[in-house]
Design a protein around this ligand. Structure first.
Ligand code: FES
Length: 109
């Protein structure tokens, strides 16, 4: 799922999506200033990584999330969504990660 909601709250944070839109273990893609960000709710914590695989240009929102391990749908590279680290090839570069916070029920960046 993709959303382009991008309001700014009073603290100056960009609202990405309402927290209750996220389902545990289901990757959720948002666009923030033209960048695809993948939000993953795992064990009560929201993690955010760049949505594009570092091996080839494909959205990881189509991948499978198993605990903290995200599997690319194209060639099967795996990434740790907490750190962006590559866990399994063919990708060699880590995913950028983003700091997010929860403010008034919104996931913000
Ligand atoms: S495009 Fe993701 S592993 Fe190849």
């Amino acid at each position: 799922m993709t959303t382009t909601i991008n309001d700014i709250n009073q603290a100056g944070n960009h609202r990405l999506v309402a927290l209750d839109e996220l389902k545990p273990g289901v990757p959720y893609r948002v666009l923030h200033e033209g960048t695809g960000i993948l939000l993953c709710l795992v064990e009560g914590t929201v993690h955010a990584v760049h949505d594009t695989c570092t091996h080839e240009d494909i959205s990881l929102s189509l991948g499978v999330l198993c605990e903290h391990r995200l599997r690319c749908p194209l060639h099967g590279s795996q990434f740790d969504i907490r750190t962006g680290k590559v866990l399994d090839e063919p990708a060699e570069a880590d995913l950028p990660v983003f700091d997010v916070s929860i403010v008034d029920g919104w996931v913000c960046i």
